[in-house]
Design a protein. Structure first.
Ligand SMILES: [Zn+2]
Length: 248
């Protein structure tokens, strides 16, 4: 399984919202130590879940379980309890390699470069509760609505809206951290379609060739990354009776 299959941001999980700063920011610095850590983790994540298992890798398992957690709005504590139970039933001594806790799963994702920052937002999108001015505010400075779902709750408050932010550079760097994904990153230079008139990758298209002509220095390095924007099924003119398909 490719790591980029995991690059999703979990939707709102009101019961178990990570607070701002819970998940560490990914660093742009790519040290040898982190490379090694990544390689080790990559190898361990791609191990079989148990000897002879050909259905999922450990990483698939972790991704699927995180998906269930988010979809079912399970709290950390019930999730961990479940894992503890699984650990006893499918124990390491019997060859099973289940992750021990939600913390371990999160740590794995962070090291792999799938961490993100949660930033609380005004429910009407007027401001973000970040920076020295807004970080500790309970009400939006523009529309004065509460930041929290229930302002009177004495325990951990649940924000009304959360923005997930991740910097794209570490994610792109991640794709070059493993030989498996590096090969795919430069496929456009090695796997061009040889049949005239056919397009099997954006590299065969006019937009790509246009960039090649305009920026030859950029084009001659196949490791350079080009970002494209594609969307499907959204409605640009607000007419709900007509679903549009928009490309690029
Ligand atoms: Zn507001």
């Amino acid at each position: 399984m490719l790591l980029n299959d995991l690059s999703y941001i979990p939707p709102n999980n009101e019961h178990d919202e990570p607070t701002q700063g819970d998940i560490s920011k990914t660093s742009n610095e790519l040290t040898q130590a982190t490379c090694n850590e990544f390689e080790e983790l990559y190898a361990s994540a791609n191990e079989k879940l148990y000897p002879g298992c050909d259905y999922v890798t450990r990483l698939d398992f972790m991704a699927k379980f995180t998906y269930f957690k988010v979809k079912g709005k399970l709290t950390d504590s019930i999730f961990n309890e479940m894992f503890e139970f699984f650990q006893n039933v499918f124990s390491i001594s019997k060859g099973y390699k289940l992750p021990p806790s939600y913390y371990t799963i999160n740590k794995t994702f962070k090291t792999i470069g799938l961490g993100y920052e949660s930033i609380h937002a005004c429910e009407h999108d007027y401001c973000l509760f970040r920076g020295d001015d807004n970080k500790y505010l309970d009400f939006c400075p523009v529309c004065n609505t509460s930041r929290w779902k229930d302002s009177n709750t004495p325990w951990k408050k649940v924000p009304k809206k959360v923005l997930r932010y991740f910097s794209i550079i570490p994610r792109l760097q991640r794709l070059y951290k493993s030989s498996h994904t590096t090969k795919e990153m430069i496929w456009h230079a090695t796997g061009k379609c040889m049949e005239p008139g056919k397009m099997q990758h954006p590299v065969d298209g006019r937009a790509w060739k246009n960039i090649d002509t305009k920026y030859p220095d950029f084009a001659k390095e196949p490791r350079n990354v080009r970002l494209g924007l594609a969307a499907d099924g959204f409605n640009p003119f607000g007419n709900l009776s007509q679903a549009s398909a928009c490309g690029r």
